[in-house]
Ligand binder design. Structure first.
Ligand code: A3P
Length: 493
């Protein structure tokens, strides 16, 4: 994108792709055109990639929510704005421990000051977040730390009564760990394989309503295995509807789902309303339901049916990797859907573990204080193990394995085989994941727009990964089963 006469066009095109609205109205608030806070975050992420010297803030995007005013903002800031001479992350990496504390304090106080229009002097160490809108503060800080340190921050990390002092101490420590400046364990830790959990039933029981949901496909994997890319590729197929992560299957009614999702996405972020719109609810209905979710015990089966009907496409693809976490959820799939088909996406454990730790998913999913690498490895192993065991129990026609490395290296062959499995003709559009309407916004990989095409080179990132300790024997066995044996041996040499 260039700042100039064509700039608005490119920005508009990007937002049109993000929101699946063509043409977008350039003078209307993006929030009135189905954007939510995840959309705004992705727009910032992309713009920052193109114009890092402008050092955009969360407040910038919340105050410039039309294409035209956003373009105007970028134009007025063609000059550098508050840009530190050394990138904060580089400075942090080379600083002494006390200087690191200072660097984080400066970033934090600047972000808070920018959001609240306060001067740096007005924010003392004892300033407490209880004084402000917690969600907006979280978005400001999450963006500032992503931009300056490539550091993902999660809402639950902002303690309700945190002070600047407490946050600086916490964030300095966490960033030190993230950048490898913390202590590594001297021993070689291990994990116990979890207790055998209940296994999915061999024969699918009829769902309580007596009517199972037809034509559903699930994309299941360990996190950070390339599932967003696969979803966007499939979303180009005329017969498939591939919404962002629904997280429906683990719940029993709309009420449960809303309460569960509200823990992650507050109502004011508008993420839940956008997901409910996929179920065919109008915005007015969404707000009414959110006023008292307890009254809307609509069974999940009916919600899946609503999504299918509303989409107008014959097959619904639910890409929610976390379903693979436990047997109960997989069992629920067998009960709820009539002959569900499963796409099991597998990625090299080194690449998945590395990506998981870089994105600090252990903060999102693990116990406080867990070892990040060990936790990531356990997640890789458990989820892939669950999916393999599921495969052994269902008709082979309903299970198809895709390797991430093959997907990005040989997309034509991989997608042709996948379409064959789904009994639909292969369509070229599946090879262009960022073209046209792909429902890119919504829960899923925030960095989705850091890529503009399928990148085969990323199939080799595992070769650059240095884990702090060797994989557990059980993980090695599973990786060998998947054919990663040669790769693992090469790494050990
Ligand atoms: P990295 O963090 O190693 O880059 P998921 O969507 O399941 O969370 O997976 C995210 C991973 O998918 C990322 O891992 C990313 O590299 C990979 N990915 C996303 N878009 C891609 C693209 N266009 N080409 C190749 N790999 C892609």
């Amino acid at each position: 994108m260039k700042i100039g006469s064509i700039f608005e066009d490119e920005l508009a095109q990007f937002v049109e792709t993000l929101l699946c609205i063509r043409p977008i109205n350039r003078d209307v608030d993006l929030l009135h055109q189905t954007a939510d806070d995840l959309t705004l975050f992705r727009i910032l992420n992309r713009l920052n990639h193109e114009y890092p010297h402008i050092r955009l803030t969360w407040r910038d995007i919340t105050e410039h929510r039309t294409i035209n005013s956003l373009a105007q903002l970028l134009r007025t800031h063609t000059d550098e704005r508050n840009v530190p001479t050394i990138a904060p992350k580089t400075e942090f990496l080379t600083a002494s421990p006390s200087q690191r504390y200072q660097i984080i304090e400066t970033s934090l106080v600047q972000a808070i000051g920018n959001m609240l229009d306060l001067s740096v002097q007005e924010i003392s160490k004892e300033w407490s977040i209880t004084q402000v809108d917690r969600h907006q503060l979280y978005m400001s800080l999450a963006w500032a730390f992503k931009r300056d340190f490539d550091f993902p921050l999660y809402p639950q990390e902002l303690a309700a009564d945190a002070t600047v002092r407490g946050l600086v101490e916490y964030l300095t420590h966490e960033l030190e760990i993230q950048l490898g400046l913390g202590q590594q364990p001297a021993h070689h830790p291990t994990f116990q394989k979890g207790p055998a959990t209940e296994q999915p039933k061999r024969h699918s029981a009829k769902h309580q309503s007596g009517q199972q949901v037809k034509k559903v496909v699930l994309i299941l994997s360990a996190p950070r295995s390339g599932s967003t890319l696969l979803r966007l590729m499939l979303a180009g197929h005329s017969q498939l509807f591939c919404p962002p992560e629904l997280n429906l299957l683990k719940q029993t009614t709309l009420t449960d789902w809303i309460y569960n999702r509200l823990k992650r996405f507050p109502r004011e972020s508008r993420v839940i309303q956008n997901l409910m719109a996929l179920m065919g609810f109008t915005m007015a209905e969404c707000e009414m339901i959110l006023d008292d979710p307890s009254q809307y015990k609509i069974p999940i089966a009916d919600l899946y049916k609503r999504i299918s009907k509303h989409s107008g496409k014959p097959i619904l693809v639910d890409k929610t990797p976390s379903y693979a976490k436990d047997w109960q959820t997989l069992q629920h799939a067998e009960e709820l859907f009539d002959d569900a088909r499963y796409i099991h996406l597998v990625r090299h454990p080194f690449a998945m573990i590395d990506s998981f730790v870089r994105h600090r998913f252990h903060k999102l999913l693990g116990d406080p204080g867990c070892d990040p690498h060990l936790y990531a490895e356990r997640v890789w192993q458990e989820r892939n193990d669950h999916l393999l065991r599921l495969a052994q129990r269902i008709d082979t026609k309903r299970y198809h394995r895709v390797y991430y490395e093959q997907l990005v290296q040989e997309p034509v062959q991989t997608m042709s085989a996948l379409c064959g499995f789904l009994q639909i003709p292969f369509e070229e559009a599946t090879l262009r994941p960022y073209d046209g309407c792909r429902l890119i916004s919504g829960p899923g990989d925030y960095d989705v727009f850091q890529h503009q095409e399928i990148e085969p080179v990323l199939s080799k990132t595992w070769q650059l990964v240095n884990l702090p300790y060797p994989l557990q024997t059980s993980t090695l066995e599973l990786a060998t089963y998947f054919g990663y044996e040669a790769a693992l041996i090469a790494q050990g040499e």
